[in-house]
Design a protein around this ligand. Structure first.
Ligand code: IPD
Ligand code: CA
Length: 259
Protein backbone atom coordinates (compact mmCIF):
# COMPACT_ATOMS: atom_id res chain seq x y z
CA UNK A 1 0.00 0.00 0.00
CA UNK A 2 2.80 2.42 0.93
CA UNK A 3 4.50 2.23 -2.48
CA UNK A 4 1.29 2.62 -4.49
CA UNK A 5 0.05 5.58 -2.44
CA UNK A 6 3.48 7.27 -2.52
CA UNK A 7 3.24 7.48 -6.31
CA UNK A 8 -0.33 8.79 -6.17
CA UNK A 9 0.32 11.47 -3.56
CA UNK A 10 3.38 12.76 -5.43
CA UNK A 11 1.42 12.97 -8.69
CA UNK A 12 -1.45 14.70 -6.84
CA UNK A 13 1.07 17.25 -5.53
CA UNK A 14 2.27 18.00 -9.07
CA UNK A 15 -1.34 18.61 -10.05
CA UNK A 16 -1.83 20.92 -7.04
CA UNK A 17 1.24 23.00 -7.96
CA UNK A 18 0.18 23.32 -11.62
CA UNK A 19 -2.55 25.86 -10.78
CA UNK A 20 -0.92 29.29 -11.04
CA UNK A 21 -4.03 31.22 -10.00
CA UNK A 22 -6.75 28.79 -8.87
CA UNK A 23 -10.37 29.88 -8.68
CA UNK A 24 -11.48 30.28 -5.04
CA UNK A 25 -15.04 29.72 -3.78
CA UNK A 26 -16.57 30.39 -0.36
CA UNK A 27 -18.08 27.41 1.46
CA UNK A 28 -20.42 29.77 3.34
CA UNK A 29 -18.87 30.03 6.80
CA UNK A 30 -16.37 32.66 7.99
CA UNK A 31 -13.07 32.34 6.05
CA UNK A 32 -13.95 28.85 4.76
CA UNK A 33 -12.77 28.38 1.18
CA UNK A 34 -12.31 25.72 -1.45
CA UNK A 35 -10.32 26.15 -4.67
CA UNK A 36 -10.56 24.38 -8.00
CA UNK A 37 -7.25 22.70 -7.07
CA UNK A 38 -8.77 21.12 -3.90
CA UNK A 39 -11.50 19.58 -6.07
CA UNK A 40 -9.07 18.44 -8.81
CA UNK A 41 -6.67 16.82 -6.31
CA UNK A 42 -9.51 15.09 -4.48
CA UNK A 43 -11.06 13.78 -7.72
CA UNK A 44 -7.67 12.53 -8.87
CA UNK A 45 -6.93 10.72 -5.59
CA UNK A 46 -10.36 9.12 -5.31
CA UNK A 47 -10.14 7.96 -8.94
CA UNK A 48 -6.69 6.39 -8.49
CA UNK A 49 -7.37 4.91 -5.05
CA UNK A 50 -10.65 3.33 -6.13
CA UNK A 51 -8.90 1.65 -9.07
CA UNK A 52 -6.12 0.30 -6.80
CA UNK A 53 -8.41 -0.58 -3.84
CA UNK A 54 -11.84 -1.38 -5.32
CA UNK A 55 -13.36 -2.34 -1.94
CA UNK A 56 -12.40 0.95 -0.25
CA UNK A 57 -14.86 3.63 0.74
CA UNK A 58 -14.09 7.35 1.00
CA UNK A 59 -14.59 10.27 3.37
CA UNK A 60 -13.12 13.45 1.91
CA UNK A 61 -13.24 17.12 2.77
CA UNK A 62 -14.83 18.33 -0.42
CA UNK A 63 -17.44 15.55 -0.53
CA UNK A 64 -20.96 15.57 0.80
CA UNK A 65 -23.09 13.29 2.94
CA UNK A 66 -20.45 10.61 3.45
CA UNK A 67 -20.74 8.44 6.56
CA UNK A 68 -18.04 6.33 8.13
CA UNK A 69 -18.76 2.62 8.53
CA UNK A 70 -16.54 -0.24 9.78
CA UNK A 71 -15.44 -0.92 6.20
CA UNK A 72 -11.92 0.06 5.11
CA UNK A 73 -12.17 3.78 4.32
CA UNK A 74 -9.75 6.38 3.04
CA UNK A 75 -10.11 9.76 4.79
CA UNK A 76 -8.67 12.46 2.55
CA UNK A 77 -7.81 16.12 2.80
CA UNK A 78 -6.80 17.08 -0.75
CA UNK A 79 -5.19 20.32 0.47
CA UNK A 80 -4.81 21.00 4.18
CA UNK A 81 -4.05 24.69 4.44
CA UNK A 82 -6.29 25.87 1.60
CA UNK A 83 -6.01 29.54 2.52
CA UNK A 84 -2.20 29.26 2.68
CA UNK A 85 -2.34 27.62 -0.74
CA UNK A 86 -4.23 30.34 -2.60
CA UNK A 87 -2.38 33.09 -0.70
CA UNK A 88 0.89 31.47 -1.87
CA UNK A 89 2.24 30.89 1.65
CA UNK A 90 3.82 27.52 0.69
CA UNK A 91 2.48 25.86 3.81
CA UNK A 92 -0.05 23.22 2.72
CA UNK A 93 -0.07 19.41 2.70
CA UNK A 94 -1.97 16.54 1.09
CA UNK A 95 -3.24 14.00 3.62
CA UNK A 96 -4.47 10.43 3.07
CA UNK A 97 -5.48 8.38 6.10
CA UNK A 98 -7.09 4.95 6.14
CA UNK A 99 -9.32 3.55 8.86
CA UNK A 100 -10.71 0.08 9.39
CA UNK A 101 -13.27 -0.63 12.09
CA UNK A 102 -13.15 3.17 12.59
CA UNK A 103 -9.49 2.96 13.75
CA UNK A 104 -6.58 4.42 11.74
CA UNK A 105 -4.30 1.81 10.17
CA UNK A 106 -2.36 3.87 7.63
CA UNK A 107 -1.45 7.52 7.09
CA UNK A 108 0.52 9.39 4.46
CA UNK A 109 1.03 13.15 4.28
CA UNK A 110 3.04 15.01 1.65
CA UNK A 111 4.51 18.50 1.86
CA UNK A 112 5.20 19.42 -1.76
CA UNK A 113 7.13 22.58 -0.90
CA UNK A 114 9.74 20.79 1.23
CA UNK A 115 9.48 17.41 -0.50
CA UNK A 116 8.73 15.76 2.85
CA UNK A 117 6.77 12.52 2.75
CA UNK A 118 5.36 11.46 6.13
CA UNK A 119 4.14 7.93 6.58
CA UNK A 120 2.84 5.74 9.40
CA UNK A 121 1.34 2.30 9.70
CA UNK A 122 -0.14 0.93 12.91
CA UNK A 123 2.64 -0.83 14.82
CA UNK A 124 5.37 0.06 12.30
CA UNK A 125 6.48 3.51 13.45
CA UNK A 126 6.29 6.99 11.94
CA UNK A 127 8.60 8.25 9.23
CA UNK A 128 9.54 11.42 7.34
CA UNK A 129 11.28 10.35 4.13
CA UNK A 130 13.83 7.82 5.47
CA UNK A 131 13.97 9.24 9.01
CA UNK A 132 12.18 7.58 11.92
CA UNK A 133 10.17 10.11 13.94
CA UNK A 134 10.01 10.48 17.71
CA UNK A 135 8.13 13.07 19.74
CA UNK A 136 10.14 15.44 21.94
CA UNK A 137 10.47 15.19 25.71
CA UNK A 138 10.33 18.86 26.80
CA UNK A 139 8.64 20.13 29.96
CA UNK A 140 5.76 22.54 29.35
CA UNK A 141 7.83 25.64 30.20
CA UNK A 142 10.16 24.81 27.27
CA UNK A 143 7.39 23.62 24.93
CA UNK A 144 6.23 25.05 21.60
CA UNK A 145 2.48 24.60 21.27
CA UNK A 146 0.70 24.74 17.91
CA UNK A 147 -2.69 26.42 17.99
CA UNK A 148 -5.44 25.95 15.44
CA UNK A 149 -7.63 29.05 15.51
CA UNK A 150 -10.85 27.34 14.37
CA UNK A 151 -11.44 30.11 11.84
CA UNK A 152 -14.76 28.72 10.57
CA UNK A 153 -16.51 28.62 13.95
CA UNK A 154 -17.30 32.10 15.28
CA UNK A 155 -18.76 30.63 18.49
CA UNK A 156 -15.28 29.25 19.33
CA UNK A 157 -13.31 32.50 18.92
CA UNK A 158 -13.56 33.43 22.62
CA UNK A 159 -12.59 29.94 23.81
CA UNK A 160 -9.62 29.91 21.42
CA UNK A 161 -8.46 33.37 22.56
CA UNK A 162 -8.71 32.39 26.22
CA UNK A 163 -6.76 29.19 25.51
CA UNK A 164 -3.99 31.25 23.90
CA UNK A 165 -3.91 33.61 26.91
CA UNK A 166 -3.75 30.71 29.37
CA UNK A 167 -0.95 28.88 27.58
CA UNK A 168 1.34 31.72 26.52
CA UNK A 169 2.76 32.34 30.02
CA UNK A 170 3.07 28.61 30.75
CA UNK A 171 4.75 27.37 27.53
CA UNK A 172 7.86 28.66 25.74
CA UNK A 173 5.72 30.00 22.87
CA UNK A 174 2.73 29.40 20.61
CA UNK A 175 2.75 28.68 16.84
CA UNK A 176 0.00 29.05 14.18
CA UNK A 177 0.86 27.71 10.70
CA UNK A 178 -2.61 27.53 9.08
CA UNK A 179 -2.25 23.78 8.45
CA UNK A 180 -3.27 21.37 11.20
CA UNK A 181 -1.50 18.60 9.31
CA UNK A 182 1.75 20.53 9.34
CA UNK A 183 1.43 21.27 13.06
CA UNK A 184 0.78 17.60 13.82
CA UNK A 185 3.74 16.47 11.68
CA UNK A 186 5.87 18.89 13.72
CA UNK A 187 4.66 17.25 16.95
CA UNK A 188 5.47 13.78 15.57
CA UNK A 189 8.94 14.97 14.49
CA UNK A 190 9.70 16.56 17.89
CA UNK A 191 9.90 20.04 16.33
CA UNK A 192 7.10 21.18 18.60
CA UNK A 193 5.48 19.60 21.64
CA UNK A 194 1.73 19.86 21.26
CA UNK A 195 -1.10 21.07 19.07
CA UNK A 196 -4.79 21.69 19.72
CA UNK A 197 -7.83 23.10 17.96
CA UNK A 198 -11.31 23.35 19.50
CA UNK A 199 -12.94 21.94 16.35
CA UNK A 200 -11.07 19.86 13.79
CA UNK A 201 -12.43 17.43 11.20
CA UNK A 202 -11.32 13.81 10.58
CA UNK A 203 -9.69 14.68 7.23
CA UNK A 204 -7.52 17.28 9.02
CA UNK A 205 -6.25 14.83 11.64
CA UNK A 206 -6.77 11.22 10.50
CA UNK A 207 -3.36 10.47 8.97
CA UNK A 208 -1.52 12.82 11.34
CA UNK A 209 -3.04 11.30 14.50
CA UNK A 210 -1.58 7.92 13.57
CA UNK A 211 1.75 9.62 12.80
CA UNK A 212 1.87 11.26 16.25
CA UNK A 213 0.86 8.05 18.03
CA UNK A 214 3.41 5.96 16.13
CA UNK A 215 6.06 8.58 17.02
CA UNK A 216 5.32 7.94 20.71
CA UNK A 217 2.90 10.83 21.30
CA UNK A 218 -0.71 10.92 22.44
CA UNK A 219 -3.87 12.22 20.75
CA UNK A 220 -7.40 12.57 22.07
CA UNK A 221 -10.48 14.70 22.56
CA UNK A 222 -9.58 17.77 24.64
CA UNK A 223 -12.70 17.26 26.73
CA UNK A 224 -11.90 13.59 27.35
CA UNK A 225 -11.94 10.31 25.48
CA UNK A 226 -10.38 9.03 22.32
CA UNK A 227 -10.14 10.53 18.85
CA UNK A 228 -13.14 9.66 16.69
CA UNK A 229 -13.14 9.51 12.89
CA UNK A 230 -16.85 9.70 12.07
CA UNK A 231 -17.20 13.33 13.23
CA UNK A 232 -15.06 16.32 14.17
CA UNK A 233 -13.81 16.84 17.72
CA UNK A 234 -11.82 19.27 19.89
CA UNK A 235 -8.49 17.66 18.99
CA UNK A 236 -5.36 17.53 21.14
CA UNK A 237 -1.99 16.01 20.27
CA UNK A 238 1.12 16.19 22.42
CA UNK A 239 4.22 14.42 23.59
CA UNK A 240 3.52 11.87 26.30
CA UNK A 241 5.37 14.15 28.75
CA UNK A 242 2.95 17.12 28.57
CA UNK A 243 -0.32 15.65 27.26
CA UNK A 244 -2.12 15.45 30.63
CA UNK A 245 -0.91 18.88 31.77
CA UNK A 246 -1.97 20.51 28.50
CA UNK A 247 -5.36 18.80 28.57
CA UNK A 248 -5.96 19.92 32.18
CA UNK A 249 -5.20 23.58 31.30
CA UNK A 250 -7.50 23.50 28.25
CA UNK A 251 -10.30 21.81 30.19
CA UNK A 252 -10.01 24.49 32.87
CA UNK A 253 -10.28 27.21 30.20
CA UNK A 254 -13.37 25.47 28.78
CA UNK A 255 -15.01 25.13 32.22
CA UNK A 256 -14.42 28.83 32.94
CA UNK A 257 -16.58 29.70 29.91
CA UNK A 258 -19.51 27.48 30.88
CA UNK A 259 -22.60 29.16 32.36
C1 IPD B 1 -7.73 23.88 7.94
C2 IPD B 1 -6.34 24.02 8.46
C3 IPD B 1 -6.30 25.03 9.57
C4 IPD B 1 -7.28 24.74 10.65
C5 IPD B 1 -8.66 24.50 10.11
C6 IPD B 1 -8.62 23.43 9.05
P1 IPD B 1 -8.24 23.35 5.43
O1 IPD B 1 -7.81 22.94 6.93
O2 IPD B 1 -5.86 22.78 8.92
O3 IPD B 1 -5.02 25.07 10.16
O4 IPD B 1 -7.30 25.79 11.56
O5 IPD B 1 -9.50 24.10 11.15
O6 IPD B 1 -9.90 23.20 8.57
O7 IPD B 1 -9.65 23.89 5.48
O8 IPD B 1 -7.26 24.36 4.97
O9 IPD B 1 -8.14 22.05 4.72
CA1 CA C 1 -8.66 21.01 2.93
Amino acid sequence: MEKVITGMIRRAARLMLEFADPAVYSKGRHADFVTEADVAVQDYLIGELSRAFPQARFLAEEGEGQQLTDTFTFIIDPIDGTTNYFRRRRCSMISIGAVEGKEPVFGMIYDPYRDELYHAERGKGAWCNAERLHVADMPLEKALIGLGSGPYYEDLFDLTSRSFAALLPKAADIRRTGSACMDLCDVAAGRSDGHFEWQLQPWDYCAATLLVEEAGGRCGNILGGLVTYDRGIPHLAASARIYDELQAILQQVWRAGQP
